[in-house]
Design a protein around this ligand. Structure first.
Ligand code: AMP
Length: 184
């Protein structure tokens, strides 16, 4: 099965739908026996995802830098926790371990990780599929901005196609089915 890197918030957000859909994704990943690669946190959407997978025996790899590897932040139940020297090493390892990327709701950290993955795809440094889950329209403004960049000539048609936008867990499940293939 594939290894799926999930970028997501260290906070839950206000709308309970954010946690609910993260929980649904965690259940889906565990049931389909995908391995989740994530930031190793116990808080926010990160914690909700891991908490949904663990009771189902889901495979999780946490990748966390030393400065965040504190008991109040790092998930204590994730057995395979890789602790890196810094953020650069963390991101390099997450990329190395991954077959596909998903971004769930989050803030600056999630955006930075997502756009690094998209930029590296744009530069043809990898060809892994990338999707975002636009729960409750959180990313409507971002999607609009991306289309404006395309219209104004800053993004090619090929670059526009690098990011798949899903508006429900069902859409994300179908995308996973056809796009996320395990590396050999
Ligand atoms: P944000 O979207 O700003 O909440 O940042 C989330 C991203 O930043 C996660 O994907 C992690 O890579 C990283 N991050 C922020 N806080 C933590 C934390 N407490 N534990 C682990 N990773 C974190």
């Amino acid at each position: 099965m594939a290894k799926i890197c999930v970028f997501c918030g260290s906070r839950t957000g206000h709308n309970p739908e954010f946690v609910r859909t993260a929980t649904e994704l965690g259940i889906l990943l565990a049931k389909r026996q995908h391995t989740m690669v994530y930031g190793g946190g116990s808080t926010g959407i990160m914690g909700a995802l891991a908490d949904a997978m663990l009771p189902l025996g889901g495979q999780i790899i946490g990748v966390i830098p030393t400065h965040l590897a504190r008991p109040e932040l790092m998930h204590s139940q994730v057995a395979d926790m890789r602790i890196t020297a810094d953020m650069h090493e963390r991101k390099a390892l997450m990329h190395e371990l991954t077959d596909a990327y998903i971004a769930l709701p989050g803030g600056f950290g999630t955006m930075e990780e997502l756009f690094e993955a998209v930029t590296w795809a744009q530069l043809e440094l990898h060809s892994r599929p990338i999707a975002i889950l636009n729960t409750c329209g959180l990313y409507d403004g971002l999607i609009q901005l991306i289309h404006t960049m395309h219209r104004e000539g800053f993004l090619s048609e090929r670059c526009l196609q690098l990011l798949t936008v899903c508006s429900s867990i069902d859409e994300l499940a179908s995308w996973l089915e056809k796009s996320a293939t395990p590396s050999t």
